[in-house]
Design a protein around this ligand. Structure first.
Ligand SMILES: [Zn+2]
Ligand SMILES: [Zn+2]
Length: 818
């Protein structure tokens, strides 16, 4: 009596066995080539939903595939454990963030273990533990020592709800990414990392295999533009400054400047505003403070502003131009001031129309007759109304005007970037404390390495107030100066959690190393990561910061490579009920129920089958039931008795064996190629076709036992990465040694995989009219199609009607016509 497929029983059994045998633990002392497969570690938000599994299961399949291909595969797992959501959840539930986080980790680890992945749990990393964040702090000190961490005052995005500063990336359409509140602006003294120093290098993705769209997003994020910085004169009694500097990529339009616009926060605004304009200007500044950069830059928003009652001087034509403020100009972009050329800039055009400011054409469109423009003309053209530069093509004008400005000392060519330095200070509790001390005598003093970690006190009041909760923790704040031993105060802000995730992939190489964040040798062996998989939403955050971080470490001589992730792959999104899963919609699918009912193998396989991995797809229950039925068929196929004493085989046993061997080798080829390309859905489809064929062979008893066993072995080996438990169990049941996961990946033979060809005879009314070479496995429909497609046959069919078709498989098509 054949035992039934019981995933609950076999999955638990094998997971236990693999763990006991430490089957997936890896070391560096290994003759196999290395493969570092990494999935972005999860945030410790509570339960893993099916979306997490969609990130993790297929990447485990690929890692298992590489392992069977003979690689020494490191596929670690850990937890991104600091950050706002933990703190907010802890506040709303009244539990300490540490307790909440560690409970979540226990639960998530249990869920992750049920996947049956090859995670080497001996290398687990948790970023909120002192043994980890000690080194996050150490890296802060290194960046500081190397002049890459500095303190500066800057307007910041402020979420009034979360009571914290947000990075630009965390502001979505002017609202807080976490809570949806409208973001306003505030000035605070903060810590920054000088990521802009790597701006040029971060735009290049040399020697790495990354999706094109991520590379484009990163390049746009850096936003490099070549242009000219131009000095406008100022003649104002109240100001000591004698100029305003603007950045432009179009110096050829300088004769068309009819006004100037400053960012409301520009330091000159207060100095230049005339007394009668003061109240109006102040009200405008206050209003713009409440808006985020993104709102201010929105193309939907109407451009408004205020004249401040002062004038600048265009040195090229000696004209006085009025100075306005408008919030579409940001202080953090360029110089915070723009020369407005309404004829040749869309925003300036709209602004000029609204306030009735002059619009002067200085670049003539090709067929321009000297009239008014209906809209800004932003393309190249011929310079007009531009004094000595008239009649120059605008591309040449850019160079000539820049030369002239440089000669006069009124300007210089320069490069401008949209990228700002990385603001890492957070006024929150649940993060790694910034290891700095403020001494009344010595100023800013770094905490000595030997005193790390600066521990996060457990008993701090962590409710948000707008200031760091650590500020009110006397024992934490009060310390002595490491340099002069006088009483001093600690920095109370904590670090952006993106700092923790900028280096975790290094820690996996030597997770318990105590002398440094990582041991040089294992890092040299494992890094860079060979395949990194995760969501595309991290393009200009985690994936950007991690690259900066590695480049900085390389320049400090700490690592020998400049890119952390050699190949990047972004999986798509799993939706449910036609929508993105979210708690508020109530359509979150959790894997646990499916795992306990149908088994992890069915869930893994179904996730891969749902669609191309990079596209994602829709979860539905009938789909996973279908997958479970297929695994049952595989079970019955491989574990049941095979008898070759079947009925007479048409074409003979030998031909049946050749056909089976051909399909086996074709399937090996297809599955291998799909695995390499991470095309798991078509890989599974090929395995399903293969099992259907095997079922027919079994019913017919068409091949010898040894040929049958060979085919079943191949099926199990090909199935092992996707469905590791059932493959292991069936491997044992079919008389093999434990473990299938230590077997070599099967290789295909091109000769055996080649389609056998036969000659198809085509007759019309019984007379031979053509011979065509076709694959031996051709179906009746395909054979007819081929026959009808033949030019010779077409000639014989003209004006006739086919009344009957006779088909002899692989041999003959006879078309009976009238
Ligand atoms: Zn918020
Ligand atoms: Zn001191």
């Amino acid at each position: 009596m054949m035992a039934k497929y019981n995933p609950q029983e076999i999955e638990k059994k094998w997971q236990q066995r693999w763990a006991e045998d430490r089957l997936y633990e890896v070391g560096e002392d290994d003759s196999r080539p290395k493969w570092y497969a990494l999935t972005m570690f999860p945030y410790t938000s509570g339960d893993l939903h099916i979306g997490h599994w969609y990130a993790m299961a297929p990447s485990d399949v690929h890692a298992r595939f590489k392992r069977m291909q003979g690689y020494n595969v490191l596929h670690p797992m850990g937890f991104d454990a600091f950050g706002l959501p933990a703190e907010n959840a802890a506040i709303s539930r009244g539990i300490h963030p540490f307790v909440w986080t560690m409970q979540n980790i226990d639960n998530m680890r249990r869920q992750l273990k049920s996947i049956g992945a090859i995670y080497d749990w001996s290398r687990e990393v948790i970023t909120c533990l002192p043994e980890y964040y000690k080194w996050t702090q150490w890296f802060f000190l290194k960046l500081y020592e190397n002049g890459l961490a500095y303190r500066g005052k800057a307007p910041v995005n402020w979420c009034p709800e979360c009571q914290t500063v947000l990075a630009n990336e965390q502001v979505v359409d002017g609202s807080c990414e976490r809570c949806g509140a409208t973001v306003s602006r505030r000035d605070l003294e903060q810590w920054f990392f000088a990521i802009t120093r790597y701006a040029d290098e971060l735009m290049e993705h040399n020697g790495i295999d990354w999706p094109e769209r991520i590379k484009i997003m990163q390049r746009n994020w850096v936003g490099r533009s070549q242009g000219t910085e131009i000095s406008f004169g100022l003649d104002h009694p109240g100001a000591s400054e004698k100029e305003i500097r603007v950045f432009t990529t179009r110096p050829d339009t300088i004769f068309g400047v009819t006004f100037m616009v400053l960012a409301p926060e520009h330091p000159l605004v207060v100095k230049l505003t005339s007394p009668e304009k003061k109240a109006e200007v102040e009200a405008y500044i206050e209003r713009s403070r409440r808006q985020s950069d993104i709102e201010r830059l929105s193309t939907e928003k109407e451009k408004d502003g205020v004249f401040i009652g002062a004038y600048a001087l265009n040195r090229l034509n000696g004209e006085r131009v009025p100075i306005w403020i408008a919030d579409y100009v940001l202080l953090s972009y360029g110089t915070g001031a723009v020369m407005a050329v309404p004829a040749h800039d869309e925003r300036d055009f709209a602004f000029a129309k609204r306030y009735n400011l002059p619009i002067r054409v200085v670049i003539a469109p090709p067929d321009w007759q000297g009239g008014e423009l209906k809209q800004a003309y932003i393309e190249a053209g011929t310079m007009v109304n531009s004094g000595q530069f008239n009649d120059l093509p605008s591309e040449q004008g850019i160079e000539k005007v820049s030369d002239f400005l440089e000669k006069k000392g009124w300007g210089k060519r320069t490069i401008s970037y949209k990228l700002r330095d990385w603001l890492i200070s957070r006024q929150r509790y649940w993060g790694a404390p910034i290891p700095m001390v403020y001494c009344p005598k010595c100023g800013v003093v770094p905490v000595p390495e030997k005193d790390l970690p600066v521990l996060l006190p457990e008993d701090a009041e962590f409710k948000p107030t707008g200031e760091s909760p650590l500020k009110y923790h006397e024992q934490f704040v009060n310390t002595t100066c490491p340099r002069c031993k006088a009483p001093a105060r600690r920095e109370t802000d904590t670090m952006d959690t993106f700092m923790c995730s900028s280096w975790y992939f290094l820690r996996y190489a030597s997770p318990h190393y105590e002398e440094a964040p990582f041991d040089a040798e294992p890092v040299k062996y494992w890094l860079p990561v060979d395949l990194y998989t995760g969501g595309a939403e991290h393009a200009v955050m985690h994936l950007f910061y991690a690259r900066f971080f590695i480049k900085a470490l390389r320049d400090m001589g700490l690592v020998s490579f400049g890119e952390p992730f050699s190949r990047l792959f972004n999986q798509g999104v799993i939706i449910a009920e036609k929508q993105k899963m979210s708690k508020s919609r109530g359509n979150v699918v959790t894997p646990d129920g499916y795992v306990s009912e149908l088994g992890a193998d069915a869930v893994r396989a179904y996730l891969m089958f749902i669609g191309p991995w990079e596209q994602g797809g829709e979860w539905n229950d009938s789909g996973i039931s279908g997958m479970s039925r297929w695994l049952n068929r595989v079970w019955n196929l491989a574990s049941g008795e095979y008898s070759q004493d079947g009925k007479e085989i048409p074409g003979g046993r030998e031909q049946a064996e050749r056909a089976l061997s051909r399909l086996t080798h074709q399937t090996i080829r297809k599955v291998t190629e799909d695995m390499e390309r991470l095309r798991f859905n078509t890989m599974l489809a090929a395995l399903m076709e293969f099992t259907n064929y095997l079922n027919r062979v079994k019913e017919e008893g068409a091949v010898n036992v040894s040929a049958w066993q060979e085919a079943i072995d191949a099926l199990l080996l090909l199935l092992a990465p996707a469905c590791p438990h059932i493959a292991e169990e069936l491997w044992q049941k079919t008389g093999h040694e434990y473990s299938i996961h230590n077997q070599q990946w099967p290789k295909w033979d091109e000769g055996l995989a080649k389609e056998e060809e036969v000659t198809l005879v085509v007759q019309v009314n019984g007379k031979l009219r053509d011979r065509i070479m076709v694959p031996a496995s051709i179906t009746e429909a395909e054979a007819k199609e081929k026959a009808l497609g033949s030019q010779k046959i077409k000639a014989h069919l003209e004006g006739k009607e086919i009344v009957k078709t006779i088909y002899v498989p692989g041999k003959l098509v006879n078309l009976v016509v009238r």
